[in-house]
Design a protein around this ligand. Structure first.
Ligand code: GDP
Ligand code: MG
Length: 757
């Protein structure tokens, strides 16, 4: 089968074209660096099937980043039958810089001049016939987004395969032309493939080339002795880059013609005006915070647009109807996210009831053992339902985020926040994964691949779980409700909000400490081109969403399903394999493990001081490792052990009822409760996140990351417990924090001094 490779700059539309050509559903993003591995698909509309590879976006073939190495090696080693070089027509010159390098490899190339629709909108036209002639390659105008002309790219490419192509270079006639020819001859002498390409790289003093052919370096060294450029001295890499750009501006820039000056001006002005507001020094961050709040409001609010008061009078009229549960939560209209949540919840719980009824019948007739229906209904189905019930909200959240991303706004936010992030040793790029963490840590972890700097990536990965994800929200709301009822302090929003802030502050402090101790290093520069604003596309947004939903459902039916079964067994069987009733869970295997671990949590306020009940919180936290949704569900089951009566967490207000029972039954203090929430928020995240993290890090770094999470959660929770229970300890903590900050400052100074020397 023939192989075609899609090669181009980041954000030029490769993945969009790939998806159109292969009917695939890879993630498209208006955010440079979205495709981080190569992807393969099949194109079927020609007489034979063609395999198409989507390579990561690159600006050049020099190995600066791992993406550039992947793409370069693919082109040189796998020898695609044709390269489809995608060019963002709105950034012609910069994109052609890569093309001038591709020319030096002897592989057929077709140029797909993409974003023609956008170019038209800007009132610009490119003289295609002349471009083809000057560059010596076929050029096809396309719009990957509008699926315009994409098949003719494939036809042209297919025709090129049989013709083949000799390598060529725009550097032949430059001051280095002779040297390049000499080195090329030397490469030909040792029978290396693509001698021209390797020759130029060697002249550039490319590290890979030097280490592969050290004996040819002499030719370049010799030439340097009698050479001196006014501007660049003997820096051949700079001279070559300069020559490429000179060639491009001289030959290709004139091919861009403004055909509609009016449109051109208006377009530029509009974008400029929008940017002036959105990236404004003062207004930028507040605007972003408002937008962020709107997103969370649309997804999670139970008092949508704060309209609750308006309907206070009319609300009783639909009390007791279907509507009440669906769109009305005491005192407010539900947001779209919550409505979808309720809808799915109603469906699944009636489904579970039906199954429970059916199994109950079988049990009575003696067809099955009692434990079967317990396992199926309480274990498997309840577990799956509680996880899947979050799917609607996660999808709404992702939908809104992907609209923001696709429009080009997110790239601007990263730009605004860069200055702030820099103070903590991160660049603006780290912002995206963090914000995604509020939804779900799994995609957030994957997104850290766009961070080219290893240290920055590691630091970001470690703090992502502190950005409290959607699944941790029920823990917050249930316990906050319980606190309000038992201790009569605070308010639900205040406690919830406070805990989100605790998470973020922990993240900031942790990054600061790590970046000045274990993972020191320069904050990488933040260079990201601001993509054009454009209307988010329905198709790519849906592809994006489907991808997320698929991932989540897969997770629910694999890792979470398996773990709920295991937990159910551990909490319903004693060490001698006796089936236990719900209220006897303290005798279960899990209960006894909890009791064993209980003393460890004494400094956190939910350990041995709770006497015979410390284990219940420990067990709840352990089940949270599987999925954070489990914590509240476990509360319901454990409340039964304490009072002998099972609390139905599914019923409205049931989760808070469970929390109240846990609080009054165990006698836990306010400080202990707050510490418990903080512990769940900052400790090792759910299995799915841990598995993703493992895939992103080397083994050693991964193990240390687990340790880091455990240690952080113990420190943060202990501090909260002590501060609330024994107020005088705050003074000691303040002194300690000041000392740590001073120590960090001191060590940074030393490093700077060393550098200065
Ligand atoms: P990649 O980084 O090269 O894989 O680029 P993507 O395929 O992820 O696309 C980057 C952005 O450009 C996305 O927002 C796309 O919707 C947008 N895009 C891609 N092709 C076109 C096009 O033909 N016209 C317009 N206006 N936008 C496009
Ligand atoms: Mg891509």
């Amino acid at each position: 089968m023939k192989h075609f490779a899609l090669v181009g700059n980041p954000n030029c539309g490769k993945t969009t074209l790939f998806n159109t050509l292969t009917g695939s559903t890879a993630h498209v993003g208006n955010w440079p660096g979205v495709t981080v591995d190569k992807k393969e698909g099949i194109y079927k509309k020609l007489e034979e099937q063609i395999s198409i590879v989507d390579l990561p976006g690159i600006y050049s073939l020099s190995p600066y980043t791992s993406e550039e190495v992947i793409s370069r090696n693919y082109i040189l080693d796998e020898k695609p039958d044709c390269i489809i070089n995608i060019i963002d027509a709105t950034n012609l010159e910069r994109n052609l810089y890569l093309t001038t390098q591709l020319l030096e490899i002897g592989v057929p190339i077709v140029i797909a001049l993409n974003m023609i629709d956008e170019l038209e909108r800007q009132g610009i036209k490119i003289n295609i016939e002349e471009l083809e002639k000057r560059i010596g390659l076929p050029v096809v105008e396309i719009s990957a987004l509008k699926e315009m002309n994409v098949d003719s790219v494939m036809e042209r490419a297919y025709a090129e395969v049989t013709k083949g192509r000799e390598s060529s270079s725009v550097l032949r006639t430059t001051v280095l032309g002779h040297l390049i020819r000499d080195v090329e001859t030397a490469f030909k002498g040792i029978k290396v493939d693509n001698p021209l390409f390797h020759a130029i790289k060697l002249v550039e003093f490319d590290e890979l080339e030097i280490s592969n052919h050290p004996n040819l370096v002499g030719i370049v060294e010799e030439f340097k002795k009698n050479f001196n450029d006014e501007l660049f001295g003997v820096d051949f890499e700079a001279i070559i880059a300069d020559e490429r750009y000179k060639y491009i501006t001289k030959n290709f820039s004139p091919l861009k013609i403004i055909v509609d000056p009016q449109k051109n001006l208006e377009g530029a002005e509009k974008s400029y005006k929008i940017d002036k507001v959105l990236t404004n020094k003062w207004a930028g961050i507040p605007i972003f915070l408002v937008i962020l709040f709107a997103i969370f409001h649309l997804t999670f609010s139970e008092n949508f647009l704060f309209l609750g008061g308006l309907f206070e009078e009319t609300a009783p009229s639909f009390a007791g109807t279907m509507l009440e549960g669906l769109i009305w939560t005491d005192g407010g209209i539900n947001s779209p996210g919550v409505i979808l949540f309720n809808l799915l919840d109603a469906l699944t719980s009636s489904g579970i009831e039906a199954v429970a009824g059916y199994l109950g019948g079988l049990e009575e007739s003696g067809a099955i053992d009692p434990w079967v229906s317990g396992l199926v209904c309480d274990g498997v189905l309840a577990g799956l339902a509680s996880v899947l019930s979050f799917l609607p909200q996660i999808l709404v959240l992702f939908l809104l985020f992907s609209i923001l991303e696709d429009s080009g706004y997110m790239a601007r936010v990263a730009f605004i926040l860069d200055k702030l992030f820099r103070k903590f040793g991160l660049s603006g790029r780290a912002f995206m994964p963090m914000i995604m963490g509020f939804g779900c840590s799994v995609p957030a972890m994957i997104n850290t691949r766009t961070l080219a700097d290893e240290n920055e990536k590691l630091a970001t990965i470690r703090v992502i779980p502190f950005f409290s994800c959607g699944a941790k929200l029920p823990i917050l709301t249930a316990i906050a409700g319980g606190i309000l009822e038992v201790f009569k302090v605070g308010s639900a929003d205040l406690i919830t909000y406070g805990m989100y802030v605790v998470g973020m502050v922990t993240a900031i402090v942790a990054v600061l400490v790590m970046r000045s101790t274990t993972i020191k290093g320069e904050t990488p520069p933040f260079i990201m081109e601001l993509p054009n604003y454009h209307m988010p596309q329905f198709k790519s947004t849906m592809i994006h969403l489907w991808d997320k939903a698929k991932h989540f459902i897969q997770k629910a039916f694999t890792i979470i399903l398996a773990s709920t079964i295991v937990i159910w067994f551990l909490s319903h069987f004693s060490w001698d394999y006796k089936l236990l009733a719900d209220e006897e869970m303290d005798k279960s295997i899990l209960g006894s493990i909890g009791m064993l671990l209980q003393p460890l949590f004494t400094p956190l306020g939910f350990g041995s001081q709770l006497k015979s009940f410390g284990w219940v919180f420990v067990v709840a936290a352990i089940t949270g490792l599987i999925a954070k949704e489990n914590v509240v569900a476990t509360f319901g089951a454990l409340a039964a052990c304490i009072t002998g009566v099972m609390v139905d967490v599914e019923a409205s207000g049931g989760d808070i009822q469970a929390a109240v029972t846990m609080i009054s039954g165990t006698g836990i203090s306010l400080g202990g409760l707050l510490a418990f929430i903080a512990f769940n928020m900052t400790t090792i995240p759910c299995f799915a996140t841990v598995a993703t993290t493992k895939a992103e890090l080397t083994k050693g770094k991964f193990n240390w990351t687990l340790v880091f999470w455990l240690v952080t959660s113990f420190i943060v929770s202990t501090m909260i417990y002590l501060a609330v229970e024994f107020t005088w300890t705050i003074a000691i903590m303040v002194v300690l924090i000041v000392l740590v900050v001073l120590a960090i400052k001191q060590s940074n100074k030393k490093i700077n001094l060393k550098k200065a020397k």
